[in-house]
Every structure is written in structure tokens, then in C-alpha cells.
Design a protein around this ligand. Structure first.
Ligand code: IMP
Ligand code: MG
Length: 183
């Protein structure tokens, strides 16, 4: 196990970049009473580290959208499977996401929160694959790392619900992505 995965972003690089993002967000949102919304499940590890790098007061909540089956490409359809509890009316919301790929999920979530009366909605994504974008309205103001068009796992990101527990971001071998890995 694990040897089908090559490290792309090490634990140390993740930790350093997450601290920087926390500092930047703290400066930008000081006094703005932001609501940080973690997009489940992929962003949960990033979210927990980011929150602890914040120096301004934040409230947080969770939302879960489903757009993917168990494959590596988007179906195009986005469904809310778990909704936020807090009201977003008049709030400065920051959506915390693991990765922006086609952009469909975040475009949909951002639109939804504006429709519900949020004052502002910004996006903070650990990873961004700009070459994959098919939908606008999902540009992240805060990005940890821009990466090439690779399928990555670890630090919360999964392939068919596996590998989320890895402490680094790694690239899945094409064999495993095709379902020819061990198991
Ligand atoms: P989008 O709606 O196409 O932007 O898809 C975003 C979602 O697809 C992310 O929140 C991830 O759950 C998933 N995703 C996209 N690329 C990857 C990847 O390389 N590894 C793991 N999950 C991914
Ligand atoms: Mg996923």
C-alpha cells in the first residue's frame, strides 16, 4: 500500500503554505466576523489546519455537495447532500474547498449562498487545476497550490473514498486510477 502514490506536496510544504493562508485570511477578515464554510468531505483536514492558523475570530459551518460518482471526472450535476446550519444573511462567507477542478461545485455553492443573502462569498482552495476549468464564477481568491492536470489524493482528498488519511498530497498512478491497483 502507498507505493502507487508519489508525493507531490510534502507535509512540510502543506503546513507552511496553510500557515501563510491563515495569516492572509486573518488580515483580510479581521473585524468582519467571517463565516468559514468547509466543503465536505475533502476539505476537512485542510480546514482544521487552516482554522488553527487564524488569528482573527471566525465562526464555522459545513456543507456537502456531490458532483462525482466514484470516478475521476465530474458528472456536471451538483447536489447539496448536507446543508449549513448557520444563516448566511449579511455574512462575509469564505468557502473552504480542497480543490477547484471544473469549477462547477464552487460556482454552484457560491451562487447559492449569494441567493440566500450572503454579503460576500470568497473561495479559499488548497489546490487549483486551472487548466481544467469549464465554469466561471469559481475563481478562488486564496489558493494554496496551483497544480497540473493530475489526479491527486491525500490530506483529505480521495479516490473512491480512499487515501484521505495520507498526511501529504500525492499523485495516484494511472494503473490505480483505472482500478488496477492492489485489492
Ligand atoms: P469540480 O466541481 O469539477 O470543480 O470538482 C471539485 C471536486 O471534485 C473536488 O471538491 C473534489 O472532491 C473532486 N476532485 C477534483 N479533482 C480531484 C483530484 O485530483 N483528486 C481528488 N478529488 C478531486
Ligand atoms: Mg471527492
Amino acid at each position: 500500500m502507498g507505493n502507487n502514490i508519489e508525493v507531490l506536496i510534502s507535509e512540510e510544504r502543506l503546513a507552511a503554505r496553510v500557515k501563510e493562508l491563515g495569516r492572509q485570511l486573518s488580515a483580510d477578515y479581521a473585524g468582519k466576523d467571517p463565516l468559514f464554510v468547509c466543503v465536505l468531505k475533502g476539505a476537512c483536514i485542510f480546514f482544521a489546519d487552516l482554522i488553527r492558523a487564524m488569528t482573527c475570530s471566525v465562526q464555522f459551518d459545513f456543507i456537502q455537495a456531490a458532483s462525482y460518482g466514484n470516478g475521476t471526472s465530474s458528472s456536471g450535476e451538483v447536489r447539496i447532500v448536507k446543508d449549513t446550519q448557520a444563516s448566511v444573511v449579511g455574512r462575509n462567507v469564505v468557502l473552504i474547498e480542497d480543490i477547484v477542478d471544473s469549477g462547477r461545485t464552487l460556482a454552484r455553492l457560491s451562487r447559492l449562498l449569494y441567493e440566500r443573502g450572503a454579503k460576500s462569498v470568497k473561495i479559499c482552495a488548497l489546490l487549483d487545476k486551472p487548466s481544467r476549468r469549464v465554469e466561471g464564477g469559481a475563481e478562488a481568491e486564496y489558493v494554496g497550490f496551483a497544480i497540473d492536470d493530475l489526479f491527486v489524493v491525500g490530506y483529505g482528498l480521495d479516490f473512491a473514498e480512499r487515501h484521505r488519511e495520507l498526511p501529504y498530497v500525492g499523485v495516484l498512478s494511472p494503473e490505480e486510477a483505472r482500478g488496477e491497483g492492489n485489492e
